[in-house]
Write a protein that binds this ligand. Structure first.
Ligand code: THU
Length: 128
């Protein structure tokens, strides 16, 4: 796939620390300046402290000062493309709003969604 963001998500997946599940995920987020921020899942022996690739990518981007985002890619080695979990959808909504979300696998399959379609009626700052 000739797409920098997809290539970045696939490369980030290679860094996954997933000795428990063996399920490796990569994520890449493009910010409004065209910069790419990546993440992989980072598991923990407690299991419950595992952090998904998407949240790692978002938090890395935020900590680097990025605030506006254009597009998110999630990469996994599954025929049925891997969507973000509920916690990641909430975090993505907080920082990316109704962003384009591309799910890809290693075979070059891709599906494109809007976050709003995967996460209808989100709770956010508009309720506070
Ligand atoms: N995981 C992600 O990193 N992102 C997803 O979208 C789905 C799940 C991780 C968490 C855990 O390390 C492993 O995949 C199995 O759930």
């Amino acid at each position: 796939m000739n797409d920098r963001l997809i290539a970045a998500a696939l490369a980030a997946r290679e860094n996954a620390f997933a000795p428990y599940s063996k399920f490796r995920v990569g994520a890449a987020i493009e910010d409004a300046l065209g910069r790419i921020h990546t993440g992989c899942n980072v598991e923990n022996a407690t299991y419950g402290l595992t952090v998904c690739a998407e949240r790692v990518a978002v938090f890395k981007a935020i900590s680097e000062g990025a605030r506006k985002f254009r597009r998110v890619v999630v990469a996994a080695d599954t025929e049925l493309l891997t969507p973000p979990c509920g916690a990641c959808r909430q975090i993505l909504w907080e920082f990316c709003g109704d962003v384009e979300l591309d799910l890809v696998n290693l075979a070059g399959k891709m599906e494109t969604y809007r976050l709003k379609d995967l996460f209808p009626k989100p709770f956010d700052a508009s309720y506070l």
